[in-house]
Design a protein around this ligand. Structure first.
Ligand SMILES: [Zn+2]
Length: 299
């Protein structure tokens, strides 16, 4: 009887040990996906950080129909990529699909993948009434010709998708000034023309030095009808920043710029109610909230 009890106890202990061993294997080798900011709303950029269950050579993902390429951050032993959710994204949960190839040994390379559901919440944006010179809401035939031409120019520029990442570290503000208008505001110009404010306005007088928010290449530096004198910087992997209403250019198309380098002077050219700097962020075809990008802590 005593011996039987001993056998039963020994058996239970063995089962428990086996379970514990299994459990520790499972927790040591799994995927983790985290986001910054932790609460994601429509119209904001997002930094994905991923750890993989095994060392991998490359990591790519699919998010809201966009292909994203991850970079490895050796100091955090994790992979990271910037992405975003457009203003039009409906609230709900959306999967990020991750694909990687393990780097252990030449012969036993293995494709691994993972999917995690990410919640996008609804952000409500305010509505304001503004007054601008009449030609910006009722353009002349000549103005309309320029608007059409600008559309083609912008469509070409906005298609830019350089494979390499040019940005490094956190983004820095283009000017040291207070914010005069936020992203996402529904604006009604002269009581008739409706437009969503797809950037961030800084209250600066004309002639203020405007700096690149991160490193990249100038892909546009020219006058456009609504944007006025406009600079677009390509930071790679589909991330662009736009600087509008400038009074003067300090760079030309094709120039490489460093973070903090002057790209022009602020002004009030184009459709503006007065001198200010309008900063916009585009990622793979959608406008994102620059205020959130400027707050992200990036490797
Ligand atoms: Zn603006």
């Amino acid at each position: 009887m005593r011996e039987r009890l001993f056998h039963s106890v020994a058996f239970i202990v063995l089962v428990l040990l086996a379970l514990a061993a299994n459990l520790s294997v499972a927790t040591a080798a799994h995927w983790t996906v985290s986001i910054q900011p932790t609460r994601l709303v429509n119209g904001t950029p997002v930094l994905f950080r991923v750890t993989t269950p095994k060392p991998v050579r490359t990591l790519s993902g699919n998010w809201l129909g966009h292909e994203i390429t991850f970079s490895f951050d050796a100091s955090h032993k994790s992979w990271f990529a910037l992405a975003g959710a457009s203003l039009e994204t409906k609230p709900g949960t959306y999967p990020i699909e991750l694909h990687a190839e393990t780097s252990s040994g030449q012969s036993d390379r293995q494709a691994i993948s993972f999917e995690k559901k990410i919640r996008v919440e609804r952000q409500r944006y305010p509505r304001v009434l503004l007054t601008v010179p009449g030609r910006y809401t009722a353009p002349s035939p000549e103005d309309l010709r320029q608007i059409e031409q600008d559309k083609e120019t912008k469509a070409l520029i906005f298609e830019t998708l350089s494979p390499g990442r040019e940005w490094k570290g956190s983004f820095t503000p283009p000017v040291n000034a207070e914010i005069s208008d936020v992203f996402g505001v529904e604006r009604v110009f002269n009581g008739s023309v409706q437009s969503t404010h797809q950037g961030l306005d800084f209250r600066v007088p004309s002639g203020t030095s405007v700096a690149a928010v991160n490193s990249g290449r100038v892909i546009l530096a020219r006058a456009l009808f609504f944007e006025g004198n406009c600079v677009v910087i390509d930071h790679g992997q589909g991330l662009l920043t736009l600087y509008l209403h400038l009074s003067k250019f300090s760079v030309k198309e094709g120039d490489d710029v460093d973070k903090g380098q002057e790209i022009g002077l602020s002004g009030g050219t184009g459709r503006a109610t007065g001198p200010h700097l309008h900063l916009a962020v585009r990622w793979q075809g959608v406008y994102l909230n620059p205020q959130v990008l400027l707050k992200l802590k990036l490797p």
